[in-house]
Design a protein. Structure first.
Length: 270
């Protein structure tokens, strides 16, 4: 069984920069947040590194695990971004607010690229979440297909307390998982969602002890690799599109997907 711990092959990590390390072990890639001293706070540089990780994941990879070093998964945005001086080498939020509409939209779209690639149909992504996952950290966990959480997990959306909105692609999966009313309450109150509620409401697939987190994710990844890759891709596409389709449209999509699978298995496909 392939290990999910960061594995360094003879060439080392595929990517290791700005608080992000990507390693690949056969069909499993592991993306690790590597700034535990600052509780893996997030910045534009980290977002660029996450987006780059998505671009360089080899085509042979089928499962991507997102994990974090230290006690916290991610405590959210680096608050230095809110100061007039910002982060060295980066525009502050104040600078961004003074830019044109097009420039501001493009900047936020660039930040979002770190959060979009995890749901690609050719990959299944698993977030292994411990401790605090706040704001951008919560949204990063929501970017993945599946979430395995430690029993000390604390999810929270704190953007509204800063006068902001969750803008890193987290609102769509949050509403899809827990429904509009609960998603609204979570976002507007900024309260913590703990492990038991996360599992009960569908935010998390399973909760385990901190000591069991890596092993549980390892077993889940192994189970996912047991399925036919093309069947996984087709099934994921069906499920992702189900909410936007009517019942009859979904029936048609199922027929089309199954027809492709049957032709491929029979050797008569394109």
């Amino acid at each position: 069984m392939a290990s999910l711990d960061p594995v360094l092959d003879k060439d080392g990590p595929v990517l290791d920069k700005d608080g992000v390390r990507l390693t690949v072990d056969d069909k499993i890639a592991t993306v690790t947040l590597t700034n535990p001293a600052k509780r893996n706070v997030q910045s534009p540089a980290l977002w660029r590194a996450l987006a780059e990780a998505g671009r360089v994941v080899p085509g042979s990879v089928r499962v991507v695990v997102l994990r974090a070093e230290g006690k916290s998964f991610s405590a959210g945005l680096d608050r230095q971004m809110f100061t007039p001086e910002g982060i060295a080498g980066e525009p502050s939020f104040i600078d961004l607010a003074r830019s044109s509409d097009g420039e501001l939209d493009a900047a936020i779209a660039g930040f979002q690229e770190a959060f979009t690639w995890w749901r690609r149909n050719d990959l299944v992504s698993i977030a292994a979440v411990q401790g605090h996952a706040i704001g951008a950290g919560f949204q990063l966990a929501l970017a993945c297909d599946l979430r395995v959480v430690a029993d000390d997990v604390q999810f929270a959306m704190r953007e509204t307390s800063l006068g902001l909105v969750p803008d890193l692609t987290g609102t769509h999966p949050l509403v899809s998982l827990v429904g509009y009313a609960r998603a609204l309450e979570i976002c507007l109150t900024g309260r913590f969602v703990l492990a038991e509620e996360a599992v009960t409401t569908g935010l998390a697939n399973i909760s385990v002890s901190r000591e069991e987190l890596d092993g549980t994710v390892r077993d889940l990844a192994s189970a996912l690799l047991g399925a036919d890759r093309q069947a996984v891709i087709e099934t994921k596409a069906l499920l992702r599109g189900a909410q936007e389709r009517t019942y009859e449209e979904q029936r048609a999509a199922e027929r089309a997907a199954q027809a492709r699978r049957l032709r491929d298995l029979a050797g008569t496909g394109d």
